[in-house]
Design a protein around this ligand. Structure first.
Ligand code: ADP
Length: 175
């Protein structure tokens, strides 16, 4: 199978996607916040917060999994992206680690389809082009030679972000 065809770019709200797991760009408390985190907690319902309280937070670059509750997705994988501080504080490694930790949890929970938001590119201010490159390269490297997840969707909230992802994915196909 051509691994590159296993990566898709979608524009829209990640809470609507009927995939095995959606990834949440959470904060270290895991108790909800703004942006995509707030949207996921609202759509999943209050039970999600109860399960999250049992998890004792999450470190930057790591990931934890919960049920999806009222979402069409079966699971939510909560990962905490780095806050952009200029690029010399290990941000790139931490962001890559969010993607690999999430994919490891997805594979370990038999998830065939996983959707990611553009982690750290909102309130955490990671430059969008650099974050996109890390997301696409890290996911591509992970799925090469592995069966799970079969398909990874990059769910972009707007067309501008989707275009960055499409260019990065197209560059993989040429490479
Ligand atoms: P972070 O704190 O990691 O920067 P944010 O939630 O502020 O997280 O932003 C991460 C990305 O998620 C941004 O690109 C933002 O546009 C996007 N986003 C916000 N809401 C949604 C949603 N409902 N579905 C998909 N992406 C979303």
């Amino acid at each position: 199978m051509n691994d590159r065809a296993r990566i898709e770019v979608h524009t829209g709200d990640i809470t609507k996607l009927a995939v095995d797991a959606i990834v949440n760009a959470a904060n270290t408390s895991l108790l909800g916040g703004g942006g995509v985190d707030g949207a996921i907690h609202r759509a999943a319902g209050r039970e999600l917060e109860f399960e999250c309280r049992m998890l004792n937070g999450c470190k930057v670059g790591e990931a934890k999994i919960t049920k999806g509750y009222n979402l069409p997705a079966r699971h939510i994988i909560h990962t905490v992206g780095p806050v952009w501080q200029g690029g010399s504080k290990g941000e790139a490694e931490l962001l890559a680690s969010c993607y690999t930790s999430s994919l490891e949890l997805a594979a370990g929970n038999d998830c065939r389809t996983v959707a990611f938001p553009a982690i750290s590119t909102g309130v955490y201010r990671y430059p969008k082009d650099e974050a996109t490159q890390i997301a696409v390269d890290t996911v591509n490297r992970f799925i090469e030679g592995k069966n799970l997840p079969e398909t990874v969707v990059f769910c972009c909230f707007d067309e501008q972000m989707a275009e960055l992802y499409r260019q990065a994915v197209a560059a993989l196909r040429k490479g």
